[in-house]
Design a protein around this ligand. Structure first.
Ligand SMILES: *[C@@H]1O[C@H](CO)[C@@H](O)[C@H](O)[C@H]1NC(C)=O
Ligand SMILES: *[C@@H]1O[C@H](CO)[C@@H](O)[C@H](O)[C@H]1NC(C)=O
Ligand SMILES: *[C@@H]1O[C@H](CO)[C@@H](O)[C@H](O)[C@H]1NC(C)=O
Ligand SMILES: *[C@@H]1O[C@H](CO)[C@@H](O)[C@H](O)[C@H]1NC(C)=O
Ligand SMILES: *[C@@H]1O[C@H](CO)[C@@H](O)[C@H](O)[C@H]1NC(C)=O
Ligand SMILES: *[C@@H]1O[C@H](CO)[C@@H](O)[C@H](O)[C@H]1NC(C)=O
Ligand SMILES: *[C@@H]1O[C@H](CO)[C@@H](O)[C@H](O)[C@H]1NC(C)=O
Ligand SMILES: *[C@@H]1O[C@H](CO)[C@@H](O)[C@H](O)[C@H]1NC(C)=O
Ligand SMILES: *[C@@H]1O[C@H](CO)[C@@H](O)[C@H](O)[C@H]1NC(C)=O
Ligand SMILES: *[C@@H]1O[C@H](CO)[C@@H](O)[C@H](O)[C@H]1NC(C)=O
Ligand SMILES: *[C@@H]1O[C@H](CO)[C@@H](O)[C@H](O)[C@H]1NC(C)=O
Ligand SMILES: *[C@@H]1O[C@H](CO)[C@@H](O)[C@H](O)[C@H]1NC(C)=O
Length: 700
C-alpha cells in the first residue's frame, strides 16, 4: 500500500513532466542567455524552437563534427610541416593531434549518452556527472593545444600554423563551452550532490555506506592473486600478502589478473617500464582484476606514456626513492609543457604505488613536468613527484593522490582535473632568484566545468633547499591560471613560511572575482586567515561548503577508489560528536540492534550499546571479521574502541568505529542533513536492513 506522501510525490512528478513537455520550448536566444557567451551561442543554432535538451544534443553533435574537421586540419599540417617547421612546432602539433583524438572519444561518448535520452528522457546522476566530466575535459584539450601552439609558434615563420590551426580552435572552444553549458542545464540536477537519494544511486553491488573503512598506510594494499602471481610478488617485495581480511567476494580484496616484473639486471620479464606497459592487455574492463607491473628498485631513465587502451594497470614500485622514473625535458629545451612530462598516463583506472617520478631539468629550464595524468579514475598512492616549475600536471578528469610527496617551485600542482590530495606532503623548494613559489595554479576556464583542486589533511612545509636558501622566497598557496580557477585547502597544516596574504594574482585583477579559493579548518602558523587576500572569489568556508570538495563531494561516486584498495577519507574529518551535534541526530533513529550511545564531547569518541540480535551492519562483520570483532562486542556493548571517524555521504552519516587492533567496524547511524527530513527515512530501502522503519520515533 503506497503511503499518501508517496502518492503525492508521484502525482507531483507526473504534473511536472507535463509541464516540461508543454512549456520548455524556447527560442535559441532564450536558451543562449544561460551560456557563458550568448552572442556566440546564437550563431550555433538555426532559427527554430526546441527545449534545452534538443539544443544540447544539436550542439554536442556539432562539436563532434567540428572536432573531426580539426583532426583533418592538423593531419594536413603535420604532413606538410614535418620537416619544414622547428621541432617545437611539430611537437605542439603532435600534442594537438593526440589531444584531438581523445576529444573525439569524449564527445562521441557524450553524444551517445545524450542521444539515448531522446528515448529514455533522463540520465542517472552518475552518468550525468560522467558526461559533464568528459565535456569539461574536451574543453580543456582545446586550451592545452592552443597554448602549446601559441608558445611554440610565436615567430613569424610559423604564422601559417597559427592561422591554420589555432584560429579555428577559438570558435571550437566556444562551441564546446556551449555544449557543456547546455548539457549542464539540461541534464545535471542543480543540487545534485545534496538532493540525491541513496536509493536513486545505482550501486554496483556494494552500497557506499556498508563498506568498511580501510586502515592501510604507506602504500600497503589488500591484494588477491593466484598462487603463481603471489609467489612472484612475494619473492620480489619480500612481503607476505596479508591473509584473513576477507575472501574478496565482497570486494574487500583487490583482484590481480596477472603480474609482470621489471628488473634492470635482466632477471625479470622486462628491463624497462615502457616494454612492460606494452605487455598489458588492451581495453580490459577490469572485471578480471588489475594487471600488475612490479617495477623493482632502480633509476629508470625513460619517458613513459601509458596510452588510453592500457586500462586497469597497477604499477607498484619498491618505494619512494627506491623505484625512480626520471627525465629532464623542459620548455626551454623545446618541448611543450604538455610533452615535457617524464611519465604521462591517459589510460583510465591507472594506479601507481611506491614510486618516485622526477623531472631534473632544474628551475632555470622553467616548465618541466615530472608527471602528467589525464587518466580518469587515476590514483597515486605513496608516490613522490619531484621537479621545479610545473611538477605535477593534473590535466583533467578524476584523480586521487594519497600519502604522496610533491616537490616544486612555480605552479607546481597545476591543471584542470577534479582532484583530491589526501594526507600528502607538499614541499615548496628553492626557485630561481626573483621567482616566487605558487603551490597550485588551477586551470578551470569555464563556470560549468566540474573540476577543482582539493587539498585535504595535507602538510605544507618548505623543502630543505628552501630552508637553507640565501635569498628570500615568497610562497603562495596558489594563483589563478584561468578565469574560474578553483582550489580548496582544508584540514591541512600550513607552515609559517607561506605569505600571510595566502594567494597571489596571476596578472592584475584577472580572475579575482570569478575564481573560487577557499580555506577550511587548517592549522599551523601559516593558516591564520586574518590577513588573507580580500578578493571577491576568496572565502573562509564552513564544513557544509567544505563537504563539496571532499571525495564524495567532488566525485559524486567513490566506488572507483574503493575497488583499488587504496585507503581514503570520503568526507571531512569530523568526530562523531561534531556530527551528532551538528545534525542533531534524533536518538530515535538508530541502526537496528543499537540500543543507545554515549558521546564524549572532549574526545569525540562514542560508545554504542547493542542488543544481541544486531543484524545490520554488524552481521556483515560477524561473518567476515568474527575473530576480531567478537572480542569487542560483549553483553551488547561495543567497547575498547580506539578511534572514531565519520563519513558524510550525501545526507547519510555513517559513523565508523575503528577497533584497537586495526580492524574495522562501521555502524551506519543514519542521520539527516538539513535537506532530508527524518520522515523520509520511511522511504529508504535500508528499511529492515539497518533501520527501524515502522517504529521510527522522533525526538525532535
Ligand atoms: C541516436 O539515436 C538514434 C535513435 O534514437 C539512433 O538511430 C542513432 O544511431 C543514434 N546515434 C548515435 C551516434 O548513437
Ligand atoms: C567564428 O565564428 C564566427 C561567428 O559564427 C564567424 O563569424 C567567424 O568567421 C568564425 N571564425 C573562424 C575562424 O571560423
Ligand atoms: C609499498 O611500500 C611499503 C613500505 O615498504 C610497503 O609496506 C607496502 O606493502 C608497499 N605496497 C605494495 C602494494 O607493495
Ligand atoms: C614473466 O616471467 C615469468 C618468470 O620468468 C614467466 O613465468 C611469465 O610467463 C613471464 N610473463 C610474461 C608476460 O612474459
Ligand atoms: C626496453 O626494453 C625493450 C626490450 O624488453 C627494448 O627493446 C627497448 O629498447 C627498451 N627501451 C628502452 C628505452 O631502453
Ligand atoms: C594492443 O594493441 C596493439 C595495437 O594497438 C598491438 O600492437 C598489441 O599487440 C596489443 N597488445 C596486446 C597485449 O594485445
Ligand atoms: C627521498 O629522498 C629525498 C632526497 O634525498 C629526501 O629528502 C626524502 O625525504 C626522501 N623521501 C622518502 C620518503 O624517503
Ligand atoms: C591526517 O594526516 C595525518 C598525517 O599528517 C595522519 O596521521 C592522520 O591520520 C590523517 N587523518 C586522517 C583522517 O586521515
Ligand atoms: C647563495 O648560494 C648559492 C649556492 O646555493 C651560491 O652559489 C651563491 O653564491 C650564494 N649567494 C650569496 C649572495 O651568498
Ligand atoms: C577544526 O579542527 C579541529 C581539530 O583540529 C576541531 O577541534 C574543530 O572542531 C574543527 N572545526 C570545525 C568547524 O570543524
Ligand atoms: C591571526 O593574526 C591576527 C593578526 O596578525 C592576530 O591578531 C590573531 O591573534 C591571529 N590568530 C591566531 C589564531 O593566531
Ligand atoms: C555555510 O556557509 C554557507 C555560505 O557559504 C551558508 O549558506 C550555510 O548556511 C552555512 N552552513 C552552516 C551550517 O553554517
Amino acid at each position: 500500500m503506497e503511503s499518501p506522501l508517496l502518492f503525492l510525490i508521484t502525482l507531483l512528478c507526473f504534473l511536472q513532466s507535463l509541464l516540461v513537455a508543454s512549456h520548455n520550448l524556447s527560442k535559441s536566444s532564450t536558451i543562449c542567455k544561460t551560456t557563458p557567451d550568448p552572442k556566440y551561442c546564437k550563431t550555433v543554432f538555426p532559427h527554430s524552437q526546441g527545449n534545452v535538451q534538443q539544443y544540447g544534443r544539436f550542439s554536442i553533435r556539432k562539436s563532434l563534427s567540428q572536432s573531426r574537421k580539426f583532426i583533418r586540419t592538423v593531419d594536413k599540417y603535420l604532413k606538410r610541416n614535418a620537416h619544414a617547421s622547428p621541432p617545437a612546432v611539430t611537437r605542439a602539433l603532435q600534442d594537438c593531434r593526440f589531444l584531438a583524438g581523445l576529444t573525439m572519444d569524449y564527445l562521441l561518448t557524450s553524444f551517445e549518452t545524450v542521444n539515448e535520452t531522446s528515448t529514455f528522457k533522463t540520465l542517472s546522476f552518475p552518468k550525468a556527472d560522467d558526461v559533464q566530466t568528459l565535456l569539461s575535459a574536451a574543453l580543456t584539450n582545446e586550451q592545452t593545444c592552443l597554448e602549446g601552439l601559441t608558445t611554440a609558434a610565436s615567430s613569424s615563420a610559423t604564422w601559417t600554423v597559427r592561422n591554420g590551426v589555432a584560429l579555428p580552435l577559438v570558435n571550437d572552444t566556444k562551441l564546446f563551452s556551449v555544449s557543456l553549458a547546455l548539457f549542464t542545464k539540461g541534464w545535471v540536477p542543480k543540487k545534485k550532490k545534496r538532493a540525491g537519494y541513496p536509493w536513486a544511486h545505482p550501486s554496483s553491488g556494494t552500497s557506499t555506506h556498508t563498506k568498511p573503512f580501510r586502515l592501510f598506510r604507506n602504500g600497503a594494499l589488500p591484494l588477491k592473486m593466484t598462487e603463481r602471481t603471489k609467489a612472484v610478488y612475494e619473492s620480489l617485495s619480500r612481503r607476505k600478502l596479508t591473509d584473513g581480511a576477507g575472501d574478496g567476494d565482497d570486494g574487500s580484496m583487490v583482484l590481480i589478473s596477472d603480474i609482470v616484473t621489471v628488473i634492470q639486471d635482466g632477471t625479470g620479464n622486462f628491463t624497462n617500464i615502457t616494454a612492460a606497459v606494452g605487455a598489458a592487455p588492451n581495453n580490459t574492463d577490469g572485471s578480471g582484476g588489475f594487471f600488475l607491473i612490479y617495477v623493482t628498485a632502480g633509476i629508470y631513465e625513460e619517458y613513459v606514456s601509458i596510452a588510453k587502451n592500457k586500462r586497469y594497470v597497477m604499477m607498484i614500485g619498491d618505494g619512494i626513492n627506491q623505484t625512480v622514473v626520471t627525465g629532464n625535458r623542459s620548455v626551454v629545451d623545446g618541448w611543450t609543457t604538455f610533452n615535457s612530462a617524464t611519465f604521462a598516463v591517459t589510460a583510465p583506472n591507472f594506479v601507481a604505488v611506491n614510486i618516485t617520478f622526477q623531472n631534473t631539468a632544474g628551475p632555470e629550464k622553467h616548465q618541466a613536468v615530472a608527471l602528467r595524468s589525464g587518466a580518469d579514475f587515476s590514483i597515486f598512492y605513496s608516490c613522490s613527484f619531484e621537479a621545479y616549475q610545473d611538477t605535477l600536471y593534473t590535466h583533467y578528469l578524476r584523480q586521487l593522490y594519497r600519502e604522496c610527496d610533491v616537490y616544486g617551485t612555480v605552479d607546481f600542482i597545476f591543471g584542470n582535473a577534479a582532484v583530491v590530495f589526501q594526507n600528502c606532503n607538499l614541499y615548496p623548494r628553492k626557485p630561481m632568484p626573483n621567482q616566487f613559489n605558487a603551490i597550485t595554479a588551477q586551470g578551470r576556464s569555464d563556470p560549468n566545468q566540474n573540476t577543482g583542486t582539493s587539498i585535504q589533511n595535507c602538510t605544507i612545509r618548505p623543502a630543505d633547499d628552501l630552508v637553507l636558501s640565501n635569498y628570500t622566497v615568497e610562497t603562495y598557496l596558489g594563483r589563478p591560471w584561468k578565469n574560474y580557477s578553483r582550489t580548496v585547502i582544508m584540514e591541512s597544516y600550513i607552515d609559517g613560511f607561506v605569505e600571510p596574504v595566502g594567494w597571489r594574482e596571476w596578472n592584475g585583477d584577472f580572475a579575482l572575482s570569478t575564481l573560487y579559493y577557499a580555506e577550511y579548518n587548517n592549522t599551523g602558523p601559516g593558516s591564520n586567515t586574518t590577513n588573507r587576500v580580500t578578493w571577491p572569489g576568496y572565502h573562509v568556508i564552513n564544513s557544509t561548503d567544505a563537504a563539496n570538495f571532499t571525495v564524495t563531494g567532488l566525485f559524486l561516486e567513490d566506488d572507483w577508489i574503493w575497488k583499488t584498495g587504496v585507503p581514503y577519507t570520503s568526507g571531512t574529518n569530523l568526530t562523531a560528536y561534531d556530527v551528532v551535534q551538528k545534525y542533531k541526530l534524533p536518538r530515535g533513529i538508530l541502526p537496528e540492534g543499537v540500543i543507545d550511545y554515549d558521546l564524549n564531547p572532549k574526545t569525540g569518541f562514542f560508545k554504542v550499546y547493542l542488543n544481541n540480535t544486531c543484524r545490520f551492519p554488524i552481521e556483515v562483520y560477524k561473518v567476515k571479521y568474527q575473530p576480531i570483532v567478537s572480542g569487542f562486542i560483549k553483553n551488547g556493548r561495543v567497547s575498547r574502541l580506539k578511534g572514531v571517524s565519520v563519513k558524510v555521504l550525501y545526507f547519510w552519516l555513517s559513523i565508523g568505529e575503528v577497533t584497537s587492533d586495526g580492524q574495522e567496524l562501521e555502524l551506519s547511524v543514519g542521520a539527516a542533513s538539513e535537506e532530508f527530513s527524518a520522515h523520509q527515512f520511511a522511504r529508504s530501502p535500508q528499511c529492515g536492513c539497518g533501520f527501524y522503519c515502522r517504529e521510527l520515533k522522533f525526538s525532535s
